[in-house]
Design a protein around this ligand. Sequence first.
Ligand code: CP
Ligand code: NVA
Length: 337
Amino acid sequence: MATTPMEESAVSRPLNFTFVPQAHDLVSICDFSPHEIELLMALCARMKAHPGEYSSALKGKQVVLFFEKPSLRTRLTFEAGMGQLGGASFFFDQTASRLGAREPLSDVAHNLERWVNGIVLRTFEHSTVTGMAENASIPVINALSDLEHPCQALADYFTLSEHLGDLRKVRLAYVGDGNNMAHSLMLTAVSLGSHISIGTPNGYGPNPLLLARAQAIASTTGGSVEVKHDPAEAVRGANAVYTDVWASMGQEDEAEERRGIFLPFQVNQELMSHAAPGALFMHCLPAHRGEEVEATVIDSPASVVFDQAENRLHIQKAIMLSLMGGKRRQTQRSANA
Ligand code: CP
Ligand code: NVA
């Protein structure tokens, strides 16, 4: 495979290269500027290629993970990633009761900031993640909320850059529900000057406020986002086709109704035939073969789903290092703490 611009950019960086984003947290893709997302991709490439340079980068640091929903990839990649950086992690199974049910979220935040160096949250309400970030003086990372899944989308665009090179020449088609994945993918796409089309049934499109935000970012980066309601139209000419479950965690009661509505949006060989020749297939996983994707597509050589899963580890190491390593600017919150 030829060297990608991202790999070249990573190789030319100095030893132990890192960067400190302006933001204190990664709650939404919008927290990082387009330039910072480029830097994060370069850092990820550097860390993936030279893991040994970073094996003590977070020595002595600790993160705590609170998950209100199940997880395989996210939990393991945060825990493994923190270990590979010389730090430690603690997992709290929060599936029995929501964060903030036993005591106010602000009290939880003010406890955690006295003990550990970072907080990783998987929640139902996005406001739980924003609320923790507003209250805690330590960085908060969104490991999936009902509104966004930023770590996954960043890993996915890193994966696209590895396979396809210059992201400004890439068109991704996301087909399915206008959910957390659709939101984070479209914001990441436009931040990197890339092109995304979103194909959803009527009434299941992305959040209009986030769509407007994505369009505003696109106008500054040369990227683009479009929403279509015909799956073949959405996929036409795409270099990669992405789908996600039709009923996300927390929507189990709607699963039956959604199956009928989303069936025309199933990614099968017929739909893939509308994409560019050699188009990749992507899925954040877990996948339901026979529902949003046919086994003949997800299990084909075009599928890069396990590369995406691997890159969760590398991108989250880069996210944790950027937010928790190095010397941070004094923020208003930490100044008041
Ligand atoms: N893709 C993803 O976030 O997987 P998990 O739900 O298993 O963490
Ligand atoms: N949209 C899915 C993503 C799972 C990784 C969900 O929220 O359940």
